[in-house]
Design a binder for this molecule. Sequence first.
Ligand SMILES: [Zn+2]
Ligand SMILES: [Zn+2]
Length: 535
Amino acid sequence: MTNPNDRALPRAVRQAMPMARDVVEEVAKLHGVCIRPVPLRRLDTHTGQWELVDVPCGSTLEAKCPPCAKRNRQLRITQCREGWHLDHEPVITPDEPTDDQRWLVEFRADLQARRDEAEQLGEDTADWDAAIEGVDAEINEAGMRGNVLGRTAAKRVRSTRRRQDAPDLPKRKMTNTTLGRTFAAPDGKVYRPSLFVTLTLPSYGKVRDGVPLDPDTYDYARAARDALHFSKLVDRFVQNLRRVAGYDVQYFATVEPQQRLAPHLHMAIRGTLPRAELKQIIAATYHQVWWPPADDVRFDGDHFPVWQDGVGYLDPDTGEVLPTWEQALDQLDADPDAEPLHVVRFGQQHNIQSVLADTPAAGKWLGYLTKYLTKSLADPLDATAHSTARREHAARLIEALRAEPCSPTCANWLRYGIQPKNAKPGMLPGRCRGKAHKPDHLGYAGRRVLVSRKWSNKTLAEHKQDRRTWVLEALGQPDQTPDPHRYVWKPVPAGDANVPPLATRLLRSIRDRQRWRAHLQQLEAQNLSATRSAA
Ligand SMILES: [Zn+2]
Ligand SMILES: [Zn+2]
């Protein structure tokens, strides 16, 4: 345990020590220190020493603590600004994996091991799966392509009928560029306009201040399904956009909650299209969900299918084996009159703005795009001004989501008499642990920030490196590229006795942060006086 009399600790921290851990957390937040650090073991190959290092949660999992979320938001703002009006083609070359990427991969391997262990013990693996999904996304974000295992699940060959119909839209010949058109004014000045677009989902009933006027007629089931499949709709929109625009359109988008708690999309698009064409694309874009029928509830209350080892789930009354996920899909294929379970489209409300680089308007939309990045989708609920009516509205939506299958592996399929994909014992409808059902997500389990690959020509890790270079330059220090092979990372097993309590680790990080700040200030002062004497 850290000694409270240790003079190296800042006074504010020493005073905080006898207090509860949440106070230490508050102090950490004030200093911008991560409050949910991930402990890792690191071998310094230059010195041969192993040490325990805390890595900010912000560089690992998708769910970030508030200080990490804040830092991350700043990086996202930079990333968005740099790509919006890019005037040269980005060059994409695979780089040497950086330290960051290397340990992400090892962290991923560890998660996989723990997940497999849980599975062997017959435990629920949903939390591990969610964590793995988050890390996979981070790995891609860190600039590596593909997935770590180097294999993808065999894709099911779909019948022609279950393929998505292509909407009726004009189609331009594809040109090999990611840049938008430029326009020259009579005075010779060249303009490079880009777009800011907001897309919403349709109406489910009249709302005032985010609350349905008539909750009984508000279409919660549709709202739930639309939210569940929103990310697919966004994918379709991008496909259609590229097809019509005739170039490799790049975008930076964020998914945010509306007051009525439906997800909506803000998108910065590089380059421009005629407004009428864009409207046409928005209206024509849809996504068909080719899942088995889930409208007639077959099992409910306490009356659920039962598991039999080696067989699967059975009808509790007749003992008949329920169709597996694959069989249910085959049935869909075989039925010429089959309809998709759901079709999701955008709503009538949208906003299309033309934006020029470095204008106040560009700054305003940039603020819009990143405004909610530090919040969860359900956060509008926390505001004190919100009435019971809003909370009840949220509760009804969450209830509707509880009944909907969120994915092929969702336990809710049992309610509709179908065995979920990868069925295993202990599945209970209404108890699926998929992210989409959680009150924090309100049906949307996708990523909050969507950035196309050739947006700013840089990964988030590279933007981080830029910031470092900038600080060093401002301080007049040489920027030595760190040796990417210097460290070897190893995960720390859960419950490792060598990891000190969280409060102790937070106090250390706060102290390090303060020392680092003092050091920077010192360098800054030296640099300033050096510049003065040179002049
Ligand atoms: Zn953090
Ligand atoms: Zn589910």
